[in-house]
Design a protein around this ligand. Structure first.
Ligand code: NAD
Length: 260
């Protein structure tokens, strides 16, 4: 087990990629705070982790609400005495061409990804700087941290910006033994992706099968989706990595869709 005696807080961990990482971390011995807008779903994830022999706690948290993020970090530190790994994972998507995108929708997507990442970073760093052992920040970027697709401007802009935030944390955090890295998945079948298949089909005037084959997976080397297990594995590797040789980096896991 690679994360024994570690504590982790993962936002957006009630479902999708965040839940897969939470379950994997718990199997590796970490105590995991499952933070999400959806408390009922977060509690179900915690129950599942507990049933499998792991330890977790649920936190009701809107990542765009500073008080909620502060309170969530404080609650897990109070219960477990520290915070070793913080993952800014919560995210949403909005499909629209730029000329028809409202300022409200722009701000909503930017806020969940970027304000959410900042607020978690801020709260986590203040705790990690107090700890002799430092800590590890992970950001859920995307292949869209590296390239753009049509109809996703605020998402693409926010995911690119996470690279800058991560590099800033890597520079400032090094003196406090804090590392920061970005995970950049290709398409993974989660509710976030399943929702956008019909939306993109409608916006592009093509079938859902064509969206998957000719848009989402067109540039992969093998036409395959990236899996939840793939991303959990990368998140484990980055969290367990023993030195600051790996900091300020972005790891792309996308079946070759994007090669850096
Ligand atoms: P998902 O929709 O399955 O899960 C997202 C979770 O975030 C949900 O549990 C939701 O309740 C929660 N959430 C949404 N807004 C929140 C908020 N304001 N505060 C707290 N929690 C909130 O999505 P997913 O596919 O698992 O995506 C997770 C992350 O991975 C996102 O940052 C997403 O951009 C990124 N990502 C996903 C893919 C993919 O193909 N699925 C690819 C690249 C990157």
């Amino acid at each position: 087990m690679q994360l024994i005696d570690k504590t982790a807080l993962i936002t957006g961990a009630a479902g999708g990629i965040g839940r897969a990482i939470a379950e994997r971390y718990a199997r590796e011995g970490a105590r995991v705070a499952v933070a999400d807008l959806d408390l009922t779903a977060a509690e179900a994830t915690v129950q599942q982790i507990g049933d499998a022999g792991g330890e977790a706690m649920a936190l009701a948290m809107d990542v765009t609400d500073e008080a909620a993020v502060e309170a969530g970090v404080a609650a897990m530190v109070e219960r477990w005495g520290g915070l070793d790994i913080a993952i800014a994972n919560a995210g949403i998507q909005h499909i629209a061409p730029l000329h028809a995108l409202s300022f409200t929708d722009w701000r909503k997507v930017m806020s969940v990804h970027l304000d959410g990442a900042f607020l978690l970073t801020s709260a986590a760093l203040r705790q990690m700087y107090r700890q002799e052992r430092g800590g590890c920040l992970l950001y859920m970027g995307s292949v869209h941290s590296k390239l753009a697709s049509p109809l996703k401007a605020p998402y693409v802009a926010a995911k690119h910006a996470l690279l800058g935030l991560c590099r800033s944390v890597a520079k400032e955090g090094a003196a406090h033994r804090v590392r920061a890295n970005v995970i950049c998945p290709g398409f993974v079948r989660t509710p976030l992706v399943d929702r956008q298949i019909p939306e993109q089909a409608e916006a592009l005037g093509i079938s859902e099968e064509a969206v998957i084959r000719d848009v989402m997976l067109k540039d992969t080397v093998d036409g395959e989706f990236t899996t939840l297990e793939d991303i959990a594995e990368v998140a484990l590797h980055l969290a367990a990595f023993p030195s600051a040789a790996l900091t300020g980096q972005s790891v792309v896991a996308s079946h070759g869709w994007y090669m850096q």
